[in-house]
Each structure stands twice: as structure tokens, then as C-alpha cells.
Design a protein around this ligand. Structure first.
Ligand code: SAM
Ligand code: SF4
Length: 346
């Protein structure tokens, strides 16, 4: 198809009203997934009609527009990005921006179920790091958390990533009563394999369709301050000035030499330095993970006018809020933001 990006217009960098330079775009390429993690999706999800979803060519055009406007880092996510058909075409296309110097990094967040067959191709496209979501090393617990996943397949995917030369970072959602007995094992395992590990607090996003999803997450909500206190019983955690430009705060584990990151959206506002925006697979741009405000870029993109698209992007960045205020509402136990993580991609 014809794309709206001829590259003829001037492309000044994107700076929001608070002076933050938007240099990081996360792109959810599908809302579909081969897992049904209990904190992320209901078992019977209704997915978007295919017609609403941008083609891979359209996603390439939008990403390219952002790269022209100064985005230096692209993270591909979902849903599960690697279940989207022909997704390697998009990685290969986007890889040209690495070659051309427009982009510093192309990465993805994945459940690793399909990593075995894609790891080498991702490396060839220019990907050098992957974030793999893995909350437990216990096969039965893994099956309970993901509902449809098999741990063995994921571990094979991780091995393939390492063999292909990709650096692996593990993301684990800290869930009280679910994986709280395993965090030391996760630290040892990641330390032994040279993987950074990031713990994430469960966030109140999306109805999970079981009528009491908010309560469930309230039960499972385990503040990372408590995770850190538990970790200190076994490990020596040293301050680390490692920063990725993202919301994680890092510490170094003296015994393993590995790094542990903590993402605490519920207890700590990490908004001051936020340089990122999120694009969904329908071309909706969210300027903040914790707010409902969004801008449609699909219409301007499909108009075929580069000027209209650039104006829509400028207008959206002009509305990027200063920060968010996630709260789990203890009386109503409702999600603070109604869309699922699989829509905005985390
Ligand atoms: N399917 C891929 C994966 O699982 O890595 C990418 C998309 S997934 C939505 C991105 C991240 O969001 C995962 O690390 C997942 O654990 C996290 N996530 C999903 N729902 C969450 C929630 N309610 N609170 C905190 N993290 C969540
Ligand atoms: Fe799928 Fe990732 Fe959500 Fe799990 S967290 S259901 S793997 S999108």
C-alpha cells in the first residue's frame, strides 16, 4: 500500500509541554496472545476485528514517522508480538533504521513461546536484547498463571535467544501468594545465567471478566518495597546507577553480580523522566500508560497525507500529561484504567 511517509516534510524532534524529549516508542503489534495470564487477560477474551488492526506496512509507516521525529528506541510488544503472522517482515523493515543510524535500539517484550523459531531471525534483523516475561520456574505454577502456557517451551525459547546472541532480561510480576516463595530462586537462576531480572508490581489494568478481578489483584498485590525487604534476607543488594531511561530502579546483587530492577507504578511515581509513548495495533497513541487520553493516528495515516499525520503526532505529544496516579480502589476494587495491558503492551 501507499504510505503516508514520503519523508519530504521537516521533522523536528518531539518535545512535550514539560520539556521531555519523546525518544522511546512502544508498539503493540497485536492484541492477541497464545497465553491467558491471569493478571492480564480473561480466559475468554474478545479480540479486535482484523479490519481495525493496522497492516504491518502501516505499522512500519507509523514507526518510521516517529523515527524521523527523533525516536531512538523502539520496543515491539503486544499481546504476544511473535504470534502475529509475518512479524519478522516488520522486524526486518525496522532494522533498516538501525543501519541508517536513525535508531539506537530495536527490542521486544515476549512470552518467549515462539522465540525458539524466531531468535536467529531477530538477531539478523538487528535486535540485540529481548525482555522475556517469566513469573515462575515451576511448571505447574506456570501453567496456572498463564492458563495456556508450557514452561518447557518458554525455557527452550530463552535458550535459543542466548544461542542466537541476544541478551535476555527477565520480567517477573510479583504476586503475593503465587510466586512470593520463589523470588530467591529467580534471583539465583537469573544470576547464574547472566540475565538481568526486573520485578513488576501488578497494576490495575483491564477487567479480567471474572467479576472480581480487582479483588484478585488486590489480594495478589505485593509492594516491591516488601519484595526488596525479602530479598535482603538472602542477598546483598547494592545501589546501582544503571539506568535504561525506563521506570525501573536497579540494584546489584553482590553474590551473583547480576542486576535486579524494580518497577513500582503503584507506590512510586516514575513520571518525571518519562520519555515514552505507546502505540496500539489500531494506531491509537497513548501518551501515558496510566491515563485514558489517546490520539487516533490511523485516520491521518490512512488519509495518505504526511502533513496530517505529522500534525496529529504533534497535537498528541502536546497533550502528554505530566504524570499518572494509579490507585487500586479498595472500596470498589475496580481497575484504574479499563484497557488491558495487552492493548497498550505494558
Ligand atoms: N506477551 C508479552 C509478554 O508477556 O511479555 C508482551 C506483552 S505483556 C502485556 C507485557 C508485560 O506486561 C508482561 O511482562 C506482563 O507480565 C505485564 N503485565 C500484564 N498485565 C499486567 C498487570 N496487570 N500488571 C503488571 N504487569 C502486567
Ligand atoms: Fe499474553 Fe503477555 Fe498478557 Fe501473558 S502478559 S496474557 S503472555 S500478553
Amino acid at each position: 500500500m501507499d504510505t503516508a511517509i514520503s519523508g519530504t516534510l521537516a521533522a523536528p524532534p518531539l518535545v512535550d509541554p514539560y520539556g521531555r524529549h519523546v525518544a522511546y516508542l512502544r508498539v503493540s503489534v497485536t492484541d492477541r496472545c497464545d497465553f491467558r495470564c491471569v493478571y492480564c487477560m480473561s480466559e475468554h477474551m474478545t479480540f479486535l476485528p482484523k479490519a481495525d488492526v493496522l497492516s504491518l506496512e502501516e505499522l512500519d509507516s507509523l514507526c518510521t514517522a516517529f523515527v524521523r521525529r527523533g525516536v531512538r528506541k523502539l520496543r515491539i510488544t503486544g499481546g504476544e508480538p511473535l504470534v502475529r503472522r509475518d512479524i519478522m517482515w516488520l522486524f526486518n523493515r525496522l532494522g533498516r533504521h538501525l543501519d541508517g543510524g536513525g535508531l539506537d535500539e530495536l527490542t521486544l517484550t515476549t512470552n518467549a513461546s515462539q522465540l525458539d523459531r524466531h531468535a536467529a531471525g531477530l538477531f539478523a534483523a538487528g535486535v540485540r536484547r529481548v525482555n522475556v516475561s517469566l513469573d515462575t520456574l515451576d511448571p505447574d505454577k506456570f501453567a496456572r498463571i498463564t492458563r495456556w502456557g508450557r514452561l518447557e517451551q518458554v525455557l527452550r525459547g530463552i535458550d535459543s535467544a542466548v544461542s542466537a546472541g541476544l541478551a535476555v532480561k527477565i520480567n517477573a510480576v510479583a504476586l503475593r501468594g503465587v510466586n512470593d516463595d520463589e523470588i530467591h530462586d529467580l534471583v539465583s537462576w537469573c544470576g547464574g545465567r547472566g540475565f538481568d531480572l526486573t520485578f513488576i508490581e501488578v497494576m490495575p489494568l483491564g477487567e479480567l471478566g471474572d467479576g472480581n478481578s480487582g479483588e484478585m489483584r488486590l489480594d495478589q498485590y505485593w509492594p516491591l518495597s516488601m519484595v526488596r525487604a525479602e530479598l535482603r534476607k538472602r542477598w546483598t543488594l547494592e545501589d546501582s546507577d544503571h539506568a535504561t531511561g525506563g521506570p525501573a530502579r536497579y540494584m546489584r546483587v553482590a553474590e551473583t553480580g547480576g542486576r535486579i530492577g524494580f518497577i513500582t507504578p503503584m507506590t512510586h511515581n516514575f513520571c518525571e523522566a518519562c520519555n515514552r509513548v505507546r502505540l496500539t495495533c489500531t494506531g491509537t497513541l497513548y501518551m501515558c500508560l496510566g491515563q485514558e487520553d489517546a490520539a487516533d493516528l490511523r485516520g491521518p495515516l490512512r488519509s495518505g497525507s504526511e502533513r496530517l499525520l505529522m500534525e496529529a503526532i504533534d497535537e498528541a505529544i502536546g497533550r502528554k500529561p505530566e504524570g499518572h496516579d494509579f490507585v487500586i480502589d479498595r472500596r470498589r476494587a475496580q481497575p484504574a484504567v479499563s484497557r488491558h495491558m495487552s492493548v497498550t503492551g505494558g
